[in-house]
Design a protein around this ligand. Structure first.
Ligand code: ZN
Ligand code: ZN
Length: 353
């Protein structure tokens, strides 16, 4: 069954007459269209893609199974022509993405009644197709190669920014189209900042350096974190490294379909708490990745969602001690029918440079 056929079956099941997909990531997902302007209108039996002359040819190549319509005037005018042609009475729009101004505009153009919908495509996106998985795996390989490279580059005296730029340049040189989020390089006391985006701080002997980064490959993300030591670290830093790694590995041992986000999160959280650092792990265990760097399913204290084969999630416990330093270790993990497969392979033993 093609992705479009699955989408159409889902519309049929939900008794949805027609949906208009306007948001960037969902439009890319439903139509495989990588351009920046266009809308997909999908019914249980038909699919249209509306875009202007700049993208008509590209849409014809990418949006397989869609009938392409070129808008010469306002895009909503062309959408309305399809609504009239098919006699659509009720058109569902993406409530999480349509602005009040766009909604007003739709009302002024469309003869169909507008109905909000949400989560349909976000839920489908949680289970990756073979081609999505292949892109994610390549994005993970590039991130792994970048880690191997950065170990030969990083040294005392460099700034965090120099390290983050080198990571990003390396990933682009090796096939990535860009970083999947602002690269985090947090060294020394800054490593206690869970989201310490690279700064002009100079990396010094005795620092822990946390690097959290990833790339886009063919539109899909990778996201990994490694913490390394520059020179011999203190006993305290070594201890929190060991506890974080144990927590991270316990999750890998246990992750499988049928487990909830809450259960997965608890594995790491309970271990870290048992070692006395419960207060120092202040964020959730992980999140889904795909077209977006943060998407479903989440692994957190508030996520009852049940994991299924085809999910790709991160496993990223951390311990952050203000005035001392911090550790985070993160892998990307595919949930399989029988358990899981780790997609990022860089060493997690404490590396002391
Ligand atoms: Zn990350
Ligand atoms: Zn992450």
């Amino acid at each position: 069954m093609t992705k479009l056929a699955k989408i159409q079956a889902a519309l049929e099941d939900r008794n949805m007459e027609a949906v208009l997909v306007t948001s960037d990531y969902n439009r890319r997902y439903v139509a495989d269209f990588t351009g920046t302007t266009g809308m997909a209108l999908i019914t249980p039996s038909k699919a249209f893609f509306v875009t202007d002359f700049r993208y008509t040819e590209q849409a014809a190549k990418q949006a397989v199974g869609f009938e392409i319509r070129q808008n010469k005037g306002p895009i909503f005018e062309t959408v309305q022509a399809i609504i009239a042609e098919l006699g659509i009475q009720k058109l569902y729009f993406e409530e999480a993405y349509v602005t009040v101004a766009e909604h007003k505009l739709m009302q002024s153009f469309f003869s169909a009644k507008l109905e909000p919908f949400s989560d349909l495509f976000e839920d489908m996106r949680k289970v990756k197709t073979a081609s999505e998985l292949s892109a994610i795996k390549t994005a993970c390989e590039i991130a792994d190669e970048a880690f191997t490279h950065i170990l030969t580059f990083i040294k005392p005296g460099l700034t965090e920014l120099e390290v983050s730029n080198e990571l990003e340049f390396f990933m682009r040189r090796n096939g990535a189209s860009g970083s999947s989020f602002d690269t985090i390089v947090a060294s020394g006391l800054r490593s206690a900042l869970p989201h310490g985006v690279a700064s002009d701080k100079i990396i010094e002997v005795g620092d822990f350096v946390t690097m959290d980064y990833g790339c886009y490959y063919n539109g899909y993300c990778s996201d990994m974190t490694r913490t390394i030591a520059i020179g011999e670290p203190s006993a305290k830093l070594k201890e929190i490294y060991a506890v974080t790694l144990e927590a991270q590995l316990k999750v890998i041992d246990a992750l499988k379909p049928g487990m909830t986000g809450i259960e997965a999160d608890a594995i790491a959280r309970d271990h870290i708490a048992s070692k006395g650092y419960g207060e120092a792990f202040g964020h959730s265990l992980g999140h889904g990745i795909g077209l977006e760097i943060h998407e479903g399913p989440n692994l957190s204290m508030k996520s009852p969602n049940v994991l299924v084969a085809g999910n790709v999630v991160t496993d990223e416990p951390g311990i952050y001690l203000p005035g001392v330093g911090g550790v985070r270790i993160e892998d990307d993990i595919l949930i399989t029918e029988t358990g899981n497969e780790v997609l990022t392979h860089s060493s997690k033993e404490l590396i002391i440079l």
